[in-house]
Design a protein around this ligand. Sequence first.
Ligand SMILES: Cc1ncc(COP(=O)(O)O)c(C=O)c1O
Length: 355
Amino acid sequence: MGLLFAPGPVYVPEEIMLAQVQEMYTHRSALFKALYTDLCTRSAKYLNAEEAYLLTGSGTLGIEACIVNCCLPEEKMLVLSNGNFGDLLAETAKVYTDVDNKSIPAGKGWDIKKAKEHIDASDATVFGMVYNETGYGVRNHAKEIYQYAKKKGMLTIMDSVSAWPSLPMDMKEFGVDFFATGCQKAIGAPPGAAILGLSKEAIARFEGRDKIPSHYCNLNRHRKVYKEKGQSPNTPAITVFWAIQKCYDRMDKDGGVAAWVEKHRVVSEYVRGRITGMGLELLPEKGFESWSLTAFKHSKAADVKKALLEKYGITIVGCKAEYKDNGLRMAHMGLFDRKNIEIGLDALESVVKKL
Ligand SMILES: Cc1ncc(COP(=O)(O)O)c(C=O)c1O
C-alpha cells in the first residue's frame, strides 16, 4: 500500500481500522447505548454545542440534515461561496428554500470585510458557508462572519466537513446554530458518519415545525429516540462509530481538541514552507490558507500526480474547475503521520525537479 494524501477519506492508521473489528451487537443493546451516548456527549462537549448527534451517511447528509431542519420554504438562505463545496451547499439548500448565493473567485477567502456588505444587504433569515473550502484549500475567516450574521438575527448553518478538528470551533462563541462535519477527514476515521452539533436555537427551530420534509433526517426523531433510549432511530454504521470513538480517544490522549487544532496548524505551516521552497505557488489567497490541506499550482498537475502514484505509490489529488489542469492538493489532516508527510514532500520535490 502507498501513502494517501487525499482530502478525504484520509489515511487511517491501523489502530483505528482495528477498532472496527469487534463482535457485532445490535443498536438496541446496552452496549450500543453506551457507545452512542459517549459519542454524542463527547461531540457536544468538544464543539460546545447544546446537543450533538451522529447520522449514518456522508458529510453531505449532515449538511442536508441541517438545511432541512432549519430552512423554511418561504424564507431565504444567504450562502457565501468560494468554490465547489460552497456551491454544493447552495445547491442543496435550493431543494428546500430560496437561496441567495454570493461568490468570490476560487482561491479567494471570505473575511468579515468582504462578507459584511452581503449580510447587511440581505433579507435572508438563514446564513451558511463552508469553513474550509476543500476544493482550493481555503480557510474562510468564519468566526467573525458567523458572529456578525448571528448579531443580525440570522439562524446559522456551517459546513465544517474538512475543517473540524483542524480549525478552532466553539459553537456558542462563533454563533453557529447547525454544524455538520464528516468523520472521514480531520477526525481521521473511515467514511460513514456525519456529526451534527446543534444550538438551543437550532433545537427550538425544528421542535417548533409542523412539517420537516424528510423522514430520515428529521432531527426530532433522532432527538426523541436518543432522549428516551440513548439510541439512534435507524440502524447506524456501528463499525464506523467504533472507529470514531477510537479517534476521540486518541484526540483526548494527544491533549484534546485544542492540541489537535494546533498540530494541524503546525503541519500546514511546514507543508507550505516545503512547497514554496520548491518554487511552487500556493493557490489560496495569503492569510486564508487551510490548515488541513495545502493547494498549490503546477502547470503539469496531471503529470505530477501520475509520477507520484506510479513511482512512489503516493496519492495526491487535483483541484476543480479553473484549477483542474494546474492545481494540486495534499491533505494533512486527522491522524496523519509527520514522517509520512515528509516522505510525501520529498517525493514531490524530486518529481517536480524532473518535470
Ligand atoms: C467542505 C466539504 N463539504 C462537503 C463535502 C461533501 O462531503 P461527503 O463527500 O462526505 O458527502 C466535502 C467532501 O469533500 C467537503 O470537503
